[in-house]
Design a protein around this ligand. Structure first.
Ligand SMILES: Nc1ncnc2c1ncn2[C@@H]1O[C@H](COP(=O)(O)OP(=O)(O)OP(=O)(O)O)[C@@H](O)[C@H]1O
Ligand SMILES: [Mg+2]
Length: 327
């Protein structure tokens, strides 16, 4: 056990979450940006998460550890909207913005379900409803805006690596991508989770549970729907499974039903533009989709994404026209 681990255990004792006996920190999967452990306690298992000062990816991608604070705030706020959609935060710990939350037993990660061919359209719709519920509850709220002043972090972790990095390497698309980045950064509409990827969603009996809100920001809700839709469309190319296109359509449709804070058509056009850019970023950017290694899959995504960035379609049309193969 290193010194930091000992600090975490001392913090857990201090918070009254564990007693004086032996405590094991069992690492959980993941961990690109954080240490994540499962810890058994007398009151059941908990998860302890501690942000790393530097992400474990190839690019030198620094992020302030304060993002642990944003995550805790998002989890608490989302539970206030609907207690089923986020794990309960049990304590904020003194060491490095670590925190403890309740462990949800028997809940697979949605990504693993999708990759195993278990594609549930109803669940995709529930994801859309969950994201929209948080957006609707926080839209045009000064209190929420003040609680998530994380523009700098969102720029460092989302706008720069996903939009501007690609712009810097693509002369033709650079003006459109830069305009998109400016537009995204300028909108302060609702509380954005910032990392709504299937790998950050647990499949519980009560529907989706959203994790990993380190990039939370008060910004453009279009980003969350675009981020999640992008993952489903990439997986459709990877697997060739039409049910993933259907899941993306159900996700978007359910989200649309929850929009009550602005005119849906304008929002869904922004989602379409962002999705096109994020699709390209997942084959050309700093954070490529790890499973999209087949050059043919990359080509299918790249060609469609580049055309879609220029065409600027609403997300419903983008999803309806998305091709899994080049045939
Ligand atoms: N409350 C929880 N209950 C059950 N499992 C959890 C919980 N929190 C996290 N996990 C598990 O730990 C994994 C990593 O958690 P999380 O996504 O928050 O951390 P991360 O370090 O940001 O991971 P990554 O960089 O891989 O996205 C999740 O995919 C999930 O399997
Ligand atoms: Mg994660």
């Amino acid at each position: 056990m290193d010194e930091a681990d000992a600090d975490i255990i001392a913090d857990l004792r201090g918070a009254g979450l564990v007693g004086a006996g032996d405590i094991a920190l069992e690492p959980l999967t993941g961990g690109v940006s954080c240490d994540v452990w499962k810890v058994e306690t007398a009151d059941g298992p908990i998860v302890v998460k501690r942000p790393l000062p530097q992400l474990r990816v190839a690019a030198e991608w620094l992020a302030p550890v304060e993002r642990g604070v944003s995550e805790v705030r998002w989890l608490r706020r989302a539970r206030g909207v609907d207690a089923r959609i986020a794990p309960e935060v049990l304590a904020e710990l003194a060491t490095g913005h670590a925190f403890a939350m309740r462990f949800l037993p028997g809940c697979p990660v949605w990504k693993d379900e999708l990759m195993a061919g278990r594609v549930d359209g109803d669940f995709a719709a529930a994801v859309g409803r969950g994201i929209a519920a948080v957006h609707a509850a926080t839209a045009h709220s000064d209190a929420d805006r003040d609680a998530f002043p994380n523009d700098e972090m969102f720029r460092a972790l989302r706008v720069d690596p996903f939009l501007l990095y690609v712009a810097d390497h693509d002369i033709e698309l650079a003006p459109v991508l830069r305009a998109l980045a400016d537009d995204l950064s300028s909108r302060k509409i609702a509380l954005v989770h910032g990392d709504v990827s299937p790998k950050n969603i647990l499949v519980s009996a009560d529907g989706p549970v959203f994790l990993d809100a380190e990039c939370a920001v008060y910004g453009d809700p279009a980003f969350d729907l675009a981020f999640c839709t992008t993952h489903l469309l990439l997986k459709a190319v990877w697997s060739g499974d039409a049910r993933l296109n259907d899941a993306a359509a159900l996700l978007v449709d359910a989200y649309r039903s929850g929009i009550d804070w602005e005119e849906p058509d304008g929002l869904l056009l922004r989602v379409g533009k962002l999705t096109a850019a994020l699709l390209l970023a997942r084959v050309e950017g700093k954070s490529p989709a790890p499973y999209l290694t087949d050059p043919e899959h990359q080509r299918i995504v790249r060609e469609q994404a580049r055309a879609l960035i220029v065409a600027a379609q609403p997300i419903e049309a983008l999803v309806a026209n998305w091709k899994r193969t080049s045939a």
